[in-house]
Ligand binder design. Structure first.
Ligand SMILES: Cc1cc2nc3c(=O)[nH]c(=O)nc-3n(C[C@H](O)[C@H](O)[C@H](O)COP(=O)(O)O)c2cc1C
Length: 227
């Protein structure tokens, strides 16, 4: 049995009465999860919609609590870190992280950044040692797979695309996910939402198809690795 951690980040839902208002990234992630479930109903899936229920922003007191040893932490500090502890436990359990995100202002939604700020934590998800020289941070976890599903209004954010240099969504998440123990990233992008034309229809259809294929392929390779 494997554990999937499914994180959604768009502020939009998928249950609006007007279908055009529905989140594309969440819909494509739902396609992935539906396909996965159809293949294997035994796996555990933890779902968090941080777009609808954003985690708290970290604060000065939160940072102070993180830098206080466990033995010296006050009850207030423990309470302040309890959401972070819960979110980190979910990441620890996950073999595969399925993350869907809109592109807002060429990067991730603030709610998703708030989630990363809560989970990337000293001595929980990474260690820091100046003996390592110029790269003192190392992840504690390893071997995780990230399925990253994004949706954008414009297009050409991929490698060699006309807006490659404006893409602070996928590259940022790839950098951060290293500190959660992610070693393999699969990325699916729906584009052109703001153009509302044939290219958009094709891009969304391709994203759903790619999500189904990826779920199938990962589930198959998972069966092989489970022996
Ligand atoms: C606040 C906001 C900021 C946005 N910024 C960008 C942007 O910088 N670049 C872009 O291509 N699209 C941008 N868009 C368009 C969204 O990326 C697009 O609507 C996408 O489909 C949203 O994801 P969702 O369908 O999962 O909600 C923005 C939309 C909103 C609401």
């Amino acid at each position: 049995m494997k554990t999937l951690l499914h994180i959604d980040a768009s502020a939009r839902k998928t249950t609006n009465s007007v279908a055009a208002y529905n989140s594309i990234s969440k819909s494509v992630a739902a396609t992935f999860i539906r396909k996965w479930r159809a293949i294997d109903r035994e796996d555990k899936i933890i779902h968090r919609d941080v777009g609808v229920n954003p985690p708290a922003f970290i604060s000065q007191d939160w940072i102070a609590a993180v830098f206080t040893s466990d033995a010296a932490k006050t009850d207030d500090q423990k309470a302040l870190l309890s959401l972070s502890d819960t979110l980190i436990r979910e990441v620890e359990q996950a073999d595969i992280i399925v993350m869907s995100s809109s592109m807002y202002n060429y990067g991730m939604p603030a709610a998703l950044k708030a989630w990363f700020d809560q989970v990337i934590r000293l001595n929980k998800t990474f260690t820091f040692d100046l003996a390592r020289g110029d790269f003192p941070l190392e992840p504690i976890m390893s071997g995780k797979i990230l399925v990253l599903i994004t949706s954008s209004g414009e297009f050409g954010f991929g490698i060699g695309g006309i807006r490659e240099k404006m893409n602070h969504l996928g590259p940022h998440i790839r950098t951060l996910s290293h500190y959660l123990g992610v070693e393999t990233v699969h990325e699916i992008n729906a584009e052109y939402q703001e153009f509302n034309d044939e290219r958009h229809i094709r891009s969304v259809a391709n994203a759903h198809r790619a999500a189904e294929e990826l779920a199938l392929n990962l589930a198959r390779s998972r069966e092989l690795s489970d022996g």
